[in-house]
Design a protein around this ligand. Structure first.
Ligand code: ATP
Ligand code: MG
Length: 544
């Protein structure tokens, strides 16, 4: 086949083989979220895989909402999911809901009954669980297993018509109570459940189970490769059983891949929802959340996220990726795309006693993008520097500012600290410095060797800014498998009242900046207040 291309992972190897042998002649995937929460970065991996694979083979990918569980699903989530997918830059071929196929799914259940392959069972959920057997012992057949086809058809219709209460009866596939695979021991395929569905309302009081509905929906959509995470590996025989025994025309294939797990990151919708409900975060879009809406709000570029997903690849075994690896991609992207600017989080006042008036300094907007050019930054007698760039008791090899020491102010001059004024509590109130006129950046003839360069903000022109730094929501695990609830970091936002260059006021909201020596920050405005919130820190701790 001409569309066989070099395989980058085991899924592409499978597809290549199938294309060569003629088993398939095109690729059709789907991304199948359940609309019971917001998408997170794990979903980004699945999105990149599903849309990426389809694209690679010139095929298509559907968006498929798996809405078979009405009590947890909401239209709010459907809309948010669509928005997140668009943000990542993916376009679906068709959009479907499992609920679009409820009639077909029901009719195929009737067909299974008619073929003697499904029966109505009166055992309670508890009894079904207790008769399922174990890994070493077979299950026990239900006393209702041998109902006649007529009786089953009548009872199933009565289930649909609301004649039974929730949980009173279920429909089970009649497979094999002695199967070594517990999923094949007469699994429940329909249940009675009175819940208003976000799309079908109260039309149905019975709902199909995921394992039964999913292969049918894949088939109805023309999906060729149904990619899902590893926990469904043991469900594959059931998937195939449904495809074979319902007699659907089109036969999709399920392939499992490893979930994405990231250190210091919660990746379960259930737990993320709890964080939102408990008020531990400001919402699903809190910048500390690993949701796509949170990452977008944080200022993480979609491109960086896709590069990360591409680079981690697809594996057959679960593992945990260092969060610093993700940050590495974010930083890498912003390094090339973000303008530079200066701001201080904890300002200390510096007076340059021998300087009068003001002077323009040249500031390179983005050293990685010459076309961005240069802008002017006013240097004045009164400036602010960051508290951590001055030390009263400097350790050896301290290259920032200290009493009687020299430091270079970025793009401006070398200054010397002549005097330190203290507050009553011993903290630094003001630094009295002098500048070296011959040391102007780019034309320095002073001969002074000065190892440190620090950023600064003019006190005459600088504007008030709130600087927000973030920590991870989860602390490191103390032992493998430690529960998320024990790992919560309740001190994950740090806010500072700082000073920034006035230039930052003039740019559009949402603009990312590299604040020199601090990291990457996004500009927002809230209640008239200028805020710079951290996207990612400056330091790359990722070791390749
Ligand atoms: P969660 O456990 O977080 O609720 P889920 O698997 O129930 O996740 P779905 O909405 O059912 O969420 O998932 C949609 C698709 O995304 C599925 O194919 C699922 O396997 C995949 N997916 C979910 N989490 C991850 C992850 N961490 N890594 C890779 N794929 C994932
Ligand atoms: Mg799920």
């Amino acid at each position: 086949m001409e569309n066989v291309i070099e395989a980058k992972n085991f899924i592409e190897e499978i597809i290549n083989d199938e294309l060569s042998s003629g088993k398939v002649n095109s690729v059709h995937t789907r991304f199948p979220p359940e609309p019971n929460g917001y998408l997170h970065i794990g979903h980004a991996k699945s999105l990149c895989l599903n849309f990426g694979t389809a694209k690679k083979y010139d095929g298509v990918c559907n968006l498929f909402f798996d809405d078979t569980n009405p009590s947890k699903e909401k239209t709010e989530y459907v809309n948010a999911i669509k928005e997140d997918i668009k943000w990542l830059g993916f376009d679906w071929f068709e959009m479907h809901y499992a609920s679009d196929f409820f009639d077909e799914i029901y009719n195929l259940a009737v067909k299974l009954i008619k073929d003697g392959l499904a029966y109505v069972c009166d055992l309670s959920a508890e009894e079904i669980k207790n008769t399922r057997g174990t890994l070493t012992e077979p299950g026990i057949e239900s006393p209702y297993r041998n109902r006649t086809i007529e009786e089953n058809l009548e009872l199933f219709t009565a289930m649909k018509d609301g004649k039974f209460s929730d949980g009173e009866k279920v429909l089970r596939a009649k497979i094999d109570m002695a199967s070594p695979n517990i999923n094949m021991r007469d699994p429940v395929i329909y249940r009675v459940l009175r819940a208003t569905h976000h799309r079908t309302g109260d039309k149905w009081c019975i709902y199909p189970m995921y394992d039964y509905a999913h292969p049918i929906c894949d088939s109805m959509q023309g999906v060729t490769h149904s990619l899902c995470t590893l926990e469904f590996e043991d469900h594959r025989p059931l998937y195939n059983w449904v495809v074979e025994n319902t007699g659907v025309n089109h036969k999709p294939r399920q392939i499992e891949f490893a979930r994405l797990n990231i250190t210091n990151t919660v990746m379960s919708k259930r737990y993320l929802k709890k964080l939102v409900e408990d008020g531990a975060v400001e919402g699903w879009d809190d910048p500390r959340m690993p949701t796509l809406t949170g990452l977008r709000n944080r200022g993480v570029p979609a491109e960086a996220l896709k590069n990360f997903c591409e680079e981690i690849g697809i594996a057959k075994a679960n593992s945990e990726i260092e969060v610093s690896y993700l940050e590495h991609f974010i930083r890498d992207h912003l390094n090339f795309n973000a303008e530079r600017a200066m701001a201080v989080s904890k300002p200390i006042k510096v007076t340059i006693t021998n300087f009068e008036g003001e002077e323009d300094t040249d500031f390179v907007i983005n050293p990685n993008d010459e076309s961005a050019g240069v802008r002017k930054v006013k240097f004045t007698k009164n400036i602010f520097i960051d508290e951590e760039d001055f030390s009263l008791n400097p350790p050896p090899k301290y290259f920032r500012l200290k009493k009687d020491g020299y430091v270079r102010l970025k793009n401006a001059y070398i200054i010397k600290c002549d005097d330190v004024l203290l507050n009553d509590d011993g903290s630094v109130k003001e630094l009295l410095c002098s500048y070296i006129p011959e040391s102007r950046s780019g034309e320095d003839t002073s001969g002074i060797k000065c190892k440190g360069t620090i950023h600064w903000v003019s006190a005459d022109y600088g504007v008030d800014v709130e600087i927000r730094d973030y920590d991870y929501l989860l602390k490191d695990a103390e032992y493998p498998g430690q529960d998320f609830s024990e790992r919560m970091n309740y001190d994950s936002v740090h806010k500072y009242l700082g000073k920034a260059e006035p230039y930052i006021e003039s740019v559009e909201e949402g603009t990312p900046f590299q604040l020199l020596r601090k990291g990457y920050y996004k500009k927002t405005i809230k209640d008239g207040k200028l805020i710079l919130s951290q996207i990612v820190s400056m330091k790359d701790s990722f070791k390749k």
